[in-house]
Design a protein. Structure first.
Length: 601
């Protein structure tokens, strides 16, 4: 239908130009980009590519003027910076398709990614070359007449009188039988495997052969030097692969880590995958986590300061946030579980006989996810008891059941409580203070300073990119959940988290599809931690933090009303927050009236 409509105006340059301008303006609108269905956005993208192809053939100068306009450039910028992958893909397709028409081949826009080499992308890019023609009504009657004649004069497939050749059966002659002896003359000889290939063996000039192989670094200063040697691929790769184990070995031995901590941290944070090394990002992440675990008080503050004050790319900032969250969890005793979720190696290597072979391990180990999975598990553990209790109320009185559903949640809660108490006994008490003072508080403080110093940037603030904000909120959720309800600094941590949420929920980025669930999860976590901590911390939600809680409660209510029914995660988190706050209010009112102290009139 779109091709039929556009071919009508193939020779009308003014109408084609107007269609293309309006389609581009709609294509780059932020509200349209966030809320329009993907099917409509794909149709608009096809209209842009088809119209651009017709306009280029009719008036190439007009198309070039459109591609140099500010509205077109802002449209491509908004699309490429979108948080949804499909929206970014459509923006890249339009940018490449129109650039191919207006720019020289050596200056045309190109995106070297796998998705731009797919069949879907090639089909979209071919739309600029579509050239249809409008037919005439007489062709329809001609086609109808030809079709009726072909039905009347259909020749038979074969004539009945034509004699068929007789098929003669094929005969097989046995020429001879050759007997093959089972015994081989070379029965006692065995074939040797070929030696491992060496790249230096292919060099014909012996003076150019490099026989000196790099050795693994033994000292931290050697590791820092090897990580900075980007011109030697073998040494660079060896340093990256051995960095996590070397850092952990040196943690309790000597003062090498303390003396070179800042320099080593800067090298690990700014590492680049220059040679497409296998598992480069995993080894780099393991090195960062090992360094933070070795010096939590120093490196926690250093990483928070580096995140907001050093010129890093989005990928490097994300790795710093992930390393902070995983290091805090490892210090609190969750290291092996989180390493399994993240697909990293465990801090204590398992004996080889206890592990699957390398070719079977990736098949049966399906728990490779991101830090978002850990954050979702925290929210699920909070929401599950409320869901089972609600199901009990809807299915009738407990006396009619063999076992109430909420009893399963109670068993899980008791099991998690025993596990938590066992873990707390094995972790030094002062460590929770370190996690709060060196991880959580510096991260929240640096964010507040950044928002104050960069308030003039508005929506162009580079730190308000949806992926980075979502990951920051998830990291804070992990830190708050890891510190737990029994830390002495819970009141201060709660105050800073509420200040962070109050600032964040008023920003436009808070409505982004990947940011909103993270904010709701953090709000639910801070409320649940204070409830578990006891009546004193729970009362502070209704007294000391009442202003922030009420403001955020109204915002959550609006989120729940506006969220579509298909967005189950957002609606579940919002409903869980409202139920938790309702319970807090009811218990606080009961304590004020003396109803919880078994007072009788």
């Amino acid at each position: 239908m779109r091709r039929a409509l556009l071919v009508i105006y193939a020779n009308r340059t003014d109408i084609l130009s107007e269609i293309l301008k309006k389609a581009i303006a709609l294509f780059g609108d932020e509200l349209y980009l966030k809320h329009a269905p993907q099917m409509i956005q794909e149709a608009n993208c096809q209209v842009i590519l088809l119209a651009a192809g017709y306009l280029h053939r009719a008036d190439a100068a007009e198309l070039e003027n459109i591609t140099k306009s500010g509205s077109y450039l802002s449209t491509i910028t908004h699309r490429i910076g979108a948080s949804l992958p499909r929206s970014r893909f459509l923006g890249m397709v339009v940018g490449m398709g129109l650039s191919k028409l207006t720019d020289p081949p050596d200056k045309a826009m190109k995106f070297q990614s796998d998705e731009m080499q797919s069949q879907d992308a090639l089909w979209y890019l071919s739309l600029t070359e579509v050239m249809d023609e409008v037919g005439v009504p007489t062709e329809l009657t001609t086609l109808k007449a030809v079709g009726s004649q072909s039905l009347l004069k259909r020749p038979s497939s074969q004539h009945p009188n034509t004699p068929q050749p007789k098929s003669t059966p094929s005969q097989t002659r046995v020429v001879g039988i050759e007997e093959i002896s089972d015994k081989s003359e070379e029965e006692g000889l065995y074939a040797y495997e070929k030696p491992d290939s060496d790249a230096s063996d292919s060099e014909e000039d012996p003076t150019l052969i490099q026989r000196s192989k790099p050795s693994a670094p033994v000292y931290i200063r050697d590791l820092v030097s090897a990580l900075s040697d980007t011109e030697n691929p073998d040494r660079y790769h060896l340093a990256i692969s051995t960095a996590p184990d070397l850092i952990r070995r040196k943690t309790a031995f000597g003062t090498e880590i303390v003396e070179s901590a800042n320099e080593l941290a800067l090298q690990l944070v700014s590492l680049q995958d220059r040679y497409d090394m296998p598992k480069f990002h995993e080894r780099r992440m393991e090195g960062l986590v090992a360094l933070i675990v070795a010096l939590p008080s120093q490196m926690g503050r250093w990483m928070a300061h580096t995140l907001f004050n050093v010129d890093l790319s989005l990928a490097h900032r994300s790795s710093v946030l992930i390393a902070l969250g995983l290091a805090a969890r490892e210090l609190a005793g969750f290291g092996d579980a989180d390493a399994k979720v993240m697909g990293l190696e465990k801090s204590t290597h398992t004996f080889p006989s206890k592990r699957l072979p390398e070719h079977l391990e990736p098949i049966y180990d399906s728990s490779k996810a991101s830090i978002e999975t850990i954050s979702k598990q925290i929210s699920q553990s909070i929401l599950e008891p409320m869901a089972l209790t609600a199901a009990d109320k809807l299915t009738g009185p407990n006396i009619m059941k063999l076992r109430p559903l909420s009893s399963y949640a109670e068993e899980e809660r008791q099991k998690r409580g025993l596990e938590s108490r066992r873990r707390q006994k094995s972790v030094p008490k002062e460590l929770y203070g370190v996690l709060s003072e060196a991880f959580l508080m510096p991260l929240l403080g640096e964010f507040s300073v950044m928002m104050y110093t960069m308030r003039s940037f508005g929506n162009s603030n580079p730190f308000l990119e949806p992926h980075l904000i979502s990951l920051s909120v998830q990291t804070i959720t992990l830190l708050l959940s890891t510190i737990g309800p029994h830390t002495p600094t819970l009141n201060l941590s709660t105050s800073e988290v509420f200040s962070f949420l109050t600032t964040l929920h008023n920003l436009p980025v808070a409505s982004d599809p990947i940011v909103l669930p993270a904010i709701l999860s953090l709000f639910l976590t801070v409320v649940d931690v204070n409830i578990v901590s006891g009546s004193t911390a729970e009362e502070s939600l209704a007294t000391q933090f009442a202003t922030s809680v009420l403001e955020l409660r109204e915002w959550v209510d609006g989120v729940f009303e506006r969220a579509p029914k298909e967005d189950e995660r957002v609606r579940a988190l919002a409903a869980g927050i409202m139920v938790k706050l309702e319970e807090v209010t009811r218990r606080y009112q009961g304590r004020l009236l003396g109803l919880d102290s078994k007072f009788e009139y």
